[in-house]
Every structure is written in C-alpha cells, then in structure tokens.
Design a protein around this ligand. Structure first.
Ligand code: FRU
Length: 530
C-alpha cells in the first residue's frame, strides 16, 4: 500500500468499521461493507488475508474445488479476542485475492467448532454425494465447553459435515462424532487425505504429546492405526494441528518422502507457538522417521522448524490441488498464542501468512523442507526496481529506488562476501520517521539469521544457518505490520509481526564489520488486495 493514509482516512475507516461490525453481527450475508477506509486501519495488512472484523486464529478446511481455493478459519464473530469458535470462510481463485463468505460452521449441541480439514470425496465413499456430484467433507473437532468446565477429559471429539454447493452451506452428519473421545484431554485438529495405495482415507490428529493415525473406507467409520511422536521431536507444550503428505525429493517424482507437520504450543525455538516437521515414510498405517533423521534429532537437536519466527502457527496444506499443478500449498496463522489476544489492533485480530509452496530438498545436512511464497504474488507487485550490483561497506537505501514510499514491500537480495572477511552482521533495516526499526538479516560467523524487533516490540529471534557458505539469498515480504524472511532459497524462514507507531516505509541494507557485495537485487511495492 502506498503510504498515503491521512488522519481523515483513518477516522473515516474507524467510523465505517464500527458500522461494519454491527452489520456483521446481525447479518452474515452482507460482507464486505464500505470501500472508504476499508482495510485501512492502523497495522492492517494489505496483501495478507485477515478477517473483515473480529477474531481469527488457525486456517482450517483448506481444499481446492472447481477453481476455488477455500480458506476456512477459526473465527469468533462477536469479539476481537478468542471465544466460541466458528469456521469463518473465504475463497480465492489465485491464492492472493480473497472473497469473504458467510460463516460456514456454527457451534451446536455437540460443541464449538475447533480446527480441522476438508476434502473432496470424489468417489462418494461417504454416500453424501448427490446426482453424481461429489460432496465436500469437512472434518473438525467438536469441543464441548460444558464438558471441559465440568472437569471431564472427554470433551473433544472428531465430527464431519458435508456440502453440495461448493462449500457455501454445510450439513452436519447426524452420526457425529465419528471418533469419540477415549478420555484424552487434548484430542483434536483432524487432517484427512486419501491414501491411494490402501484405498483408504487417513486421518491424523493431535492427542496430547503425540499424533494419532486412523483409517476409514468412507469417512464415517474410523479405525485406529498407530501413534507417533512420544519422545521424538520438541515436547515443550501440547501438540496441535498436524499434517501428513508426500513430497518429491529435489522435484524427482521417482523419489518421494512423507513429511509430517506438528504445531506445538508452547515450546517453539523463539518462545510460544511454532511448527516442527519430520521426514519419513508412511505405509497407510504407520509413519516411520528417516533413519538418519532419528539420529540427528536425538543428537541434541530436538526438532526442525518450518519457520523460526514467532508468528507462523497451526499452518497446514491444501487438499485436492490438481495433479497438473502438483504444488504442496501451505498457509499458517500469523500470530503466536503468547500474545495473540492482546496485539494492538482494533476491530479485527490476526492475519494469515502468505500462501507458500513446500518442497523437500536433499542438503549436505540432510533432507530439509523449503518454503517459498507462491508465484501468484508476482501479479500484485507494483513497480519492480533493480538494486544494481555493488559493494556495500556500511549502508545503502533500498526504498529510495521506488517512486513512492510504501509500507508493503517485496525485497530480494543476493549477497556475497569474501571467505576470510565475513561481515559481523548484514541486515535489511525497516524504519520510520519516529526512529523505530526492525532488523532482518544474518550473522555469517555466528551461523544465524535473525529478526530484531526490540524497537518498539519485544525480542530478538534467531534461526540456525546450517549452510556455512559465503553467499546468501534473502527475500523479504513486508506488509505494514509483518515481515516474512525466506533465506537461502527458502531453507530458513522467519515470520514476525511488529507494531510501530508509524508505518515503516524506509528500507536500508546495513552492514557491520567487513562489507558485502550485492550480486543481484530488486525491490517492489506490493498492491493492496482489498
Ligand atoms: C491451535 C488451536 C487448535 C484448536 C484451535 C482452537 O491454535 O489451539 O488446537 O483446535 O486452536 O481455536
């Protein structure tokens, strides 16, 4: 977004926003409302998905069907803090622009609607299809508040619902729950996929400190297959929102491995919530870690993390992406339970990360999951300017390349330094006229990437850099109150929020110690999607 929000526009925005909230409470059909000031409140992301108003957490039910990417999400329609969960709903045809739709799933007598997934039941194994039309099936956790309050342990269980109108309306199955609770307090977040070799549906969900794997022929009757995770990986908190999918290694379809994502809260490397991953094999019943992987994980390193920033949680991948596309597409909730309920936004709370592709690469250190923004984002780049190759010994201004100052930026830098004269630190520094700043970069000798958001918000976050090379690529997506760093080609990712008192519109490359060479670079403003 170009930096031209006047005080008047903000006031107009707040005025219209207040109206919008009321409207939404009474009439879920009528979204969105006014264009004046719409999505222009302080800190409001411009190219990330955020709800029109009120509270959002985990992405749910991501499925692709008939040209639409569905994004459901944990939603509290009556407050900007967490509360009774519904499934909010939006669709996109390009993973970039989103259209808000009415709430998809409401709480009922079995409980609130916690996180889960959705699939297309192409062969109508469930029998919910009609006239040759496959049903969309949502698989979610019912959370019974009364049960929790009564001190029972069995208040979470898995249920299903189906839709015959492209996810617009849903009917809950009268036989719910499909997996009752055997007495495990944390028993939630089902992710379902079709396993071709065994011709069964597989469900993976979190149960306390591990995941449970179930199978089913038709989504209604489920059989327990196995458990994974006790004593493996990070266990600083409860396990949540797992995912399990197959990925080619180095894009070689002949050599595939299975990747398991497991979110955990707390216990992430920089505190609070985070998502770890495991690489292995899956036979339709059991997930088995790669051999070397077990050794690496037990050798003092508790886990590999999909994102080392503070603000990417509960992310999972889209179901039913057409084979000709073939990508494994991911989106995460861009916040952290450590402070999600109190971040200084009004009218709405929380956004998602950008949609990302996940790929598996063989590296000298082992198999690693690489994340990168989807290429569809290129369509909203406003003005791409080259950052010419040059030596940088202290600092250069990157944002002055753009015709207009912008608080949304896509910055790419390929940097190099002599083997024997590495800089102490290299960072892109985002700042405003109030002297506030966020630093995003690396310390080559320390082998670390970092985001420093101490000024004005919280701490320094670190990510290990396994690759000791004297070259790096940094891609930064900056969106008013967030930065996503994709480093070393996507091997290391860090997503962090920040809340400056005035938008950051200045971006500089700052070097400490010996200099660096910019081999290649570019900077672009990013258009608003709203
Ligand atoms: C993860 C989570 C899930 C749960 C949902 C409730 O952020 O705690 O485990 O289903 O949020 O909103």
């Amino acid at each position: 977004m170009k930096y031209k929000i006047t005080t008047l526009a903000i006031l107009v925005g707040i005025f219209f926003s207040a109206g919008a909230c009321k409207k939404q409470d009474n009439d879920m059909e009528a979204l969105p409302v006014s264009k004046d000031g719409y999505y222009q409140e302080p800190h409001r992301p411009q190219f990330h998905f955020s709800p029109d108003s009120m509270w959002m957490n985990d992405p749910n039910g991501m499925v692709y069907y008939e040209g639409e990417y569905h994004l459901f999400y944990q939603y509290h329609p009556y407050s900007t803090v967490w509360g009774p969960m519904h499934w909010g709903h939006a669709v996109s045809t390009d993973l970039v622009h989103w259209q808000h739709l009415p709430i998809a799933l409401y709480p009922d007598k079995l409980g609130l609607i916690f996180s889960g997934s959705a699939v297309v039941d192409w062969n109508n194994t469930s029998g919910f299809g009609q006239e040759g039309k496959p049903p969309l099936i949502a698989i979610f956790t019912h959370h019974l508040m009364e049960g929790e309050k009564a001190g029972r342990n069995d208040f979470q269980y898995q249920s299903i619902a189906y839709s015959l109108d492209k996810g617009r309306t849903w009917t809950k199955y009268e036989g719910n729950p499909v997996i009752p609770n055997p007495g495990i307090r944390d028993f939630r977040d089902p992710k379902v996929f079709w396993h071709e070799p065994t011709q069964h549906w597989i469900m993976i969900f979190a149960a306390a400190d591990q995941v449970k794997i179930y199978s089913s022929p038709g989504l209604k009757d489920w059989r327990h297959e196995s458990d994974f995770g006790r004593g493996i990986g990070a266990h600083g908190g409860v396990w949540e929102c797992p995912d399990l999918f197959e990925l080619p290694v180095d894009r070689n379809e002949e050599n595939k491995k299975w990747v398991m994502l497991v979110s955990i809260n707390p216990g992430a490397p920089n505190g609070g919530s985070g998502t770890q991953y495991f690489v292995g094999s899956f036979d339709g019943s059991q997930f088995t870690l790669e051999e070397g992987y077990t050794q690496q994980l037990s050798a003092g390193r508790p886990a590999y993390w999909l994102d080392y920033g503070r603000d990417n949680y509960a992310g999972v991948t889209w179901s039913d992406i057409p084979e000709e596309d073939g990508r494994r597409l991911f989106i995460g909730w861009m916040s952290n339970w450590s402070y999600a309920n109190i971040v200084p936004t009004e009218r709405w709370r929380s956004a998602m990360t950008v949609a990302r592709t996940l790929e598996l690469q063989q590296t000298p250190q082992g198999l690693r999951v690489y994340s990168n923004p989807v290429q569809e984002l290129q369509s909203i780049l406003d003005e791409v300017q080259e950052i010419p190759p040059q030596e940088v010994s202290s600092r250069i201004n990157l944002s002055s390349q753009l015709k207009e100052a912008s608080s949304t930026l896509d910055i790419y830098l390929e940097l190099e330094w002599p083997e024997d004269a590495a800089p102490t630190a290299v960072a892109v520094v985002l700042s405003n006229s109030k002297g506030e700043s966020v630093h995003v970069g690396l310390k080559p000798s320390a082998g670390q990437f970092f985001i420093d958001r101490r000024n004005p918000f919280e701490a320094v976050h670190l990510a290990p850099r396994e690759n000791p090379s004297n070259k790096t690529q940094l891609r930064l997506l900056v969106d008013v109150s967030s930065v996503e760093l994709f480093a070393d080609g996507g091997k290391v990712v860090m997503t962090d929020l920040f809340f400056p008192n005035e938008d950051f519109t200045k971006a500089e490359l700052v070097v400490e110690g010996d200099g660096v060479k910019v081999v290649e670079g570019s900077i672009a403003g990013v258009d608003s999607i709203w």
